[in-house]
Design a protein around this ligand. Structure first.
Ligand SMILES: [Zn+2]
Length: 292
């Protein structure tokens, strides 16, 4: 099952929902960044949240950034998504190893620690919208739920999961976001709460062969689920050598001269996809001439 996000509504628009399967993009992130299992879980969960939240935006150029900064050993995560299913991201310290938590699960909360979640939406306005909330548990799904409740006043149920194979490759990844829209009736709210109690793990559902459509049908079928959109999703980075050149030119003549004086080919790393771009001394001299 290739990665994708579905957008749906239910209960005549009183409920809005997203669901995603994100195994391939999480596995690509793991491979690119060579993440440890707990970092793969943390990054995979935030990528899954990001790709669904990105699909909430309307404009083709809109960008969503999710940033977590914590005092735990991973230190933080950054994920950027557009509205067309493209997402990328990285862990500040991707090699962290931790013992499992008291439930025997990968200790994402312990790896992130105490900190802050920032949601930055660049939707073409002069200033991007920024919402910040404290981390409730560091397990990410609860933190996103808390963000929606406090910053957007939208009651939400968020599930995010990454399931690993024994060899630490990604077996399943995915999630859902179910939200109550303004004016949702008490009856709908009560029945939805009951229904959500039955859901144990989104990755278990995916591993049993359920598609994101089936996961939502399972929860929202009785509310008259309507699937509105199906968006292919992928880990994609827009970096190119040209863009890195521009960045190097912008650091200025002084720094470029120092690099040239070192007399060695330099490597510039893209944080988001971990790709390295090499620049020879001759290329640096060329950039020096273009710099101010
Ligand atoms: Zn890149």
């Amino acid at each position: 099952m290739a990665d994708y996000v579905i957008r749906a509504t239910a209960a005549r628009g009183e409920i809005r929902a997203f669901a995603a399967t994100t195994r391939d993009l999480t596995e690509k992130a793991r491979k690119n960044h060579n993440t440890s299992p707990v970092a793969t879980a943390a990054l995979g969960r935030l990528l899954t949240a990001g790709v669904m939240m990105g699909c909430e935006m309307k404009g083709a150029e809109d960008l969503l950034t999710l940033k977590i900064q914590g005092d735990g050993p991973i230190q933080g995560l950054t994920v950027t998504a557009d509205s067309r299913g493209n997402v990328k991201g990285y862990a500040f310290n991707p090699m962290v190893m931790l013992p499992p938590n008291d439930k025997g699960k990968l200790d994402v909360g312990g790896a992130l620690g105490v900190g802050v979640l920032s949601v930055i939406k660049d939707i073409g306005l002069k200033e991007p919208y920024t919402g910040q909330t404290i981390l409730v548990s560091g397990e990410i799904a609860e933190d996103i739920t808390y963000y929606y409740a406090t910053s957007e006043q939208t009651p939400s149920s968020v599930a995010l999961g990454v399931l690993m194979n024994r060899d630490n490759t990604v077996r399943q990844a995915g999630g859902f976001i179910i939200q109550l829209m303004p004016g949702a009736g008490e009856d709908v709210i009560g029945r939805l709460e009951e229904k959500l109690k039955e859901i144990t793990s989104v990755t278990t559902l995916l591993d049993e062969g359920n598609t994101p459509e089936m996961v939502l049908e399972n929860i929202l079928g009785e509310f008259g689920l309507e699937i509105n959109d199906r968006i292919p999703a992928a880990f994609t980075c827009s970096c190119t050598k040209k863009r890195v050149e521009k960045a190097l030119i912008s650091v200025g003549k002084k720094e470029l001269q120092e690099m040239i004086d070192d007399g060695k080919t330099i490597e510039v790393n893209c944080h988001f996809c971990n790709k390295n771009y090499a620049f020879t001394v001759d290329e640096l001299k060329d950039l020096f001439n273009k710099a101010r």
